[in-house]
Design a protein around this ligand. Structure first.
Ligand code: SF4
Length: 380
């Protein structure tokens, strides 16, 4: 892949916050973390980062829900330090979440959504387009008449991923190793460059998220179980691939979920909080709505119409399950200290973390089995 040998200097903090995926932004984000005392605990749970996590959530939801990629407008003003913190760390947090999902399809979709956002800003950001284009492309220049020309190698790599006759090399004007991105009435030269750049942005954003996934340690993956559950549940809703996508089998369920299911099956009344929790949990781990309704069939007051309506409402509003603290207060926790090894862990504060911890343990066991079987095959 043709790339520039050196990345141009870029120090403007507003630009770095606007394009937090830029390679020049990583040192700046690290500096901001040091300056404001932002460590992993603060990013994941601290009050300073709360708005960043909210913005990250909207970045992730746009990944699944929006046809136009991530919303361009931030919820803060990036001309202030607070707004820049929010924008930069929301990207960073969202990348951690998709990395923790260990779902390459989600990572690809997220990279696509962030790259689409980048394209839309770049198409109108003439002040920075040149430097950003030179960050990602080995040969790019703007002629004196304002028309961009791109090195042939860059164009050949990026254009096949775009549909439409204007992107086919045979239809382009090529001069001395340059492809001229002519102005068109409906497609300006700048818009063409932004569109081509989008392909490179997606690739780079995706590579970095995959690196995060590869280096994700178990405790961090578990701490991120709740936002991962939110986005995977949303994907399951949209794709109707449900249980298979999320992959949380019965063996992964936390005791509180099993308890609610068992009680309902035995005709025992489960309180309102427990019912909402169970339905939200089922939605988040990928049950289709009909399967969630089925969980309530044994309830003493079961009504097909009422339960279908309530479950439908909960799915539409994308409820996520409550944490352990609220479940304990509402008498829906199923264990006492010492009864369940995972529930006894100091980090256990959400049933989705329970699911995630079990999934990862199973995955590791499976990998170990595969390795030992390969060893046996090799010995044979
Ligand atoms: S500690 Fe949390 S995960 Fe475990 S049973 Fe209680 S509420 Fe569920």
């Amino acid at each position: 892949m043709p790339k520039p040998l050196t990345v141009p200097d870029l120090a403007d903090e507003v630009t770095l916050a606007r394009y937090p995926f830029l390679p020049q932004a990583s040192g700046w984000i690290t500096g901001m973390a040091v300056k404001h005392g932002i460590d992993l605990d603060e990013l994941l749970e601290g009050s300073l980062m709360e708005r960043s996590r909210i913005r990250a959530r909207s970045r992730l939801v746009d990944t699944v829900d929006s046809k136009d990629g991530v919303e361009v407008a931030s919820i803060g003003d990036i001309h202030t330090e607070e707004g820049r913190l929010l924008e930069a760390f929301s990207f960073y947090y969202a990348r951690l979440v998709v990395g923790a999902s260990e779902d390459e399809r989600l990572i690809s979709r997220w990279a696509q959504a962030e790259a689409e956002r980048g394209q839309r800003i770049l198409a109108v950001d003439l002040a920075n387009l040149d430097i950003i284009a030179n960050t990602y492309l080995s040969k790019i220049e703007r002629r004196t008449d304002g028309v961009w020309k791109m090195g042939l190698a860059d164009f050949i790599e990026l254009s096949p991923k775009i549909t439409g006759p204007r992107w086919r090399l045979a239809n382009c004007d090529v001069e001395d190793g340059w492809v001229i991105l002519h102005e068109e009435r409906v497609y300006s030269s700048t818009e063409k460059l932004a569109r081509l750049l989008r392909e490179r942005l997606k690739n780079e954003i995706q590579i970095e998220a995959l690196e995060k996934m590869a280096s994700m340690d178990e405790s961090l993956a578990i701490r991120l179980a709740e936002p991962v559950g939110m986005i995977r549940g949303l994907m399951a809703d949209r794709s109707a691939e449900a249980v298979a996508l999320v992959g949380a089998g019965e063996a992964d369920w936390p005791p509180c979920m099993r308890k609610a299911i068992a009680e309902l099956a035995q005709g025992v009344n489960v309180n309102h909080f427990g019912r909402v929790f169970l339905a939200a949990m089922a939605r988040t781990i990928g049950f289709p709505p009909e399967a969630t309704v089925d969980l309530f069939r044994g309830a003493p007051d079961f009504s097909e119409a009422t339960t279908t309506y309530q479950v439908g409402h909960l799915y539409e509003r994308e409820y996520t399950p409550s944490g352990c603290g609220k479940l304990k207060v509402n008498h829906n926790c199923a264990v006492q200290p010492g009864q369940d090894r995972l529930c006894d862990q100091p980090w256990m504060d959400h049933p989705l973390k329970y699911v995630r911890a079990n999934q990862r343990r199973r995955m590791k066991e499976q990998q170990a089995t595969n390795v030992s079987e390969e060893d046996k095959t090799g010995d044979a």
